[in-house]
Write a protein that binds this ligand. Structure first.
Ligand code: 4AD
Ligand code: MG
Length: 465
């Protein structure tokens, strides 16, 4: 092998003219191999782009014996001349001069032989599926969206604030937390009244994985002004749906001096920004997914970017649902926690646009939301999306110490004194929301199942790798 600096396939396709006529060095995995006894064609993918680079092996140059072990899944290193391609289907190709094989992938054991494996099959092989076109596309889009999240907030003066993953508080009060313990579960210590004795556990008290960084995020916002979190979140709900994971990533901005309308403006601008970013920077990958899974994908993404979201109080939403004449599986009445079928009716059939539903009954929302003057509803806002349902949940927070403490007492919550300090000392109006990152990736990729937009999905009964 000559001493040539390796170039990625993405770099070649970004500027082919720069490399045509030159000897280049490429490394990657073989997607397919075909040809005859004189010449063999290998489609090489290195993960940098959905595009494969065609490598032409003239068997007079690279011996048949050397090339023989190279099959789908093999990893190889090639040096050769980049030329404009004679054949159809690619603009450039490499005329191989040197070949080094890093690893083979015997056809009788490598699982990704065929094109077009089902997504269910690939879920069983989640450790290898990033090597497929589909998952390569999804994972590159996922990366671009994560970058867009940081860029959006950084450009607007928000600080990335790291909230703990192990916590002693239950932010959403939904009781869906995973416990963290070093106790011997075969021999759990008990107090005199028979309860689990956590005093000798690792943290000296009961600890769990976080369901949300919001409460700690509020401590950040009431000091730094505007913050956001972006990290993994854990929920032990037994939800086997295509929209739920047990471990998902959430982005939670929290802003001092923002009222609910400011919060809605930010949420709408934020989602549109992320989608626009992906449309601009992930063209090849989005087009691939549109072509193979969802022909309306690009149109749907553009539609969301180009149109105002509807803003509607919950009470009005209930009226629309009641007047719809639709037979819903779950009944509709004022006070009900909307099911996905209700949300999707409003978004997909009634308005045909994303909807921000506000002012929910306080009973179905978390304790920290600001109570409206009616005493019945809180300043909540859920952003509802076509195909997804709820993509964002947020609210203006109750900043009044007495009202918040009354609500905490009413619900019997304990250990909240540190949180109440934000209202005790220099309280301010503030708001925030949480975007489920995988639901955003689901929307942008047009995939149907949330288990297919995170590399290693966790859901009830599944914790491989
Ligand atoms: O509506 P949620 O529960 O809101 C909160 O956690 C607030 N603390 C957010 C805030 O105001 N800072 O969750 C927010 C979003 C949902 O709208 C949904 O997109 C996503 O998180 N989400 C899930 N995504 C995947 N799997 C699950 N099990 C999810 N649960 C919620
Ligand atoms: Mg919610």
């Amino acid at each position: 092998m000559k001493d040539i600096k390796r170039v990625t396939v993405a770099a070649i396709f970004a500027d082919p003219e720069k490399y045509i006529g030159q000897e280049i060095d490429v490394k990657g995995w073989v997607r397919t191999r075909r040809g005859n006894k004189n010449v063999q064609f290998v489609a090489l993918n290195d993960g940098s782009t959905i595009k494969n680079l065609q490598i032409v092996f003239d068997l007079g140059v690279i011996g048949e014996e050397l090339l023989r072990p190279v099959t789908t899944g093999s990893s190889i290193h090639v040096q050769g001349l980049l030329v404009a391609s004679q054949g159809k289907g690619q603009s450039v190709e490499v005329q191989a001069k040197e070949l080094e094989i890093y690893g083979t992938a015997p056809a009788d054991s490598y699982p990704l032989q065929k094109k077009g494996h089902s997504l269910e099959f690939l879920r069983e092989k989640a450790h290898l599926r990033p090597r497929t076109n589909t998952f390569g596309a999804v994972l590159r889009i996922r990366h671009a969206l994560a970058y867009a999240v940081h860029k959006f907030f950084n450009d607007r003066g928000f600080y990335y604030f790291h909230t703990p993953l192990i916590t002693a508080s239950d932010a959403e009060g939904a009781g869906a937390q995973f416990q963290v313990t070093t106790m011997d579960l075969n021999d759990v210590p008990r107090t005199e009244d028979g309860k689990v004795d956590y005093s000798n556990d690792f943290f000296g008290k009961q600890a769990c994985l976080t369901v949300s960084g919001q409460l700690e995020g509020e401590l950040g916002a009431t000091a730094l002004g505007c913050i956001y979190t972006f990290g993994p979140t854990f929920r032990a709900e037994n939800s086997n749906t295509p929209r739920h994971l047990s471990e998902f990533w959430m982005i939670e901005p929290e802003m001092a001096f923002y009222e609910i309308a400011d919060n809605m403006d930010l949420a709408e601008e934020f989602i549109k920004y992320c989608i626009s970013y992906a449309l601009e920077h992930c063209k090849d990958d989005i087009e691939f997914l549109a072509e193979h899974f969802d022909s309306e994908l690009v149109e749907r993404l553009r539609f969301v970017v180009d149109n105002d979201f509807v803003r509607l109080p919950y009470t009005e939403g209930i009226k629309i649902l009641e007047a719809s004449g639709k037979k819903f599986e779950f009944p509709v009445y004022w006070g009900v926690d909307l099911a996905s079928e209700h949300e999707r009716y409003l978004v997909e059939e009634h308005f045909k646009k994303p909807v921000i539903l506000t002012d929910y009954p306080k009973e179905i929302k978390a304790f920290y939301m600001k109570l409206n003057d009616d005493g019945k509803t809180v300043r909540a806002m859920d952003v509802l999306f076509p195909k997804i349902g709820e993509i964002i949940g947020g609210s203006q927070r109750e900043e009044n110490f007495d009202k918040l403490q009354a609500r905490i007492n009413e619900l019997g919550l304990t250990g909240m004194d540190w949180y109440l300090d934000t209202r005790r000392f220099g309280t301010v109006p503030h708001s925030g929301f949480g975007l489920g990152f995988e639901r955003l990736v689901l929307f942008v990729t047009g995939m149907q199942n949330i288990r297919d937009v995170i590399p290693f999905p966790r859901y009830p009964g599944n914790c491989d790798y």
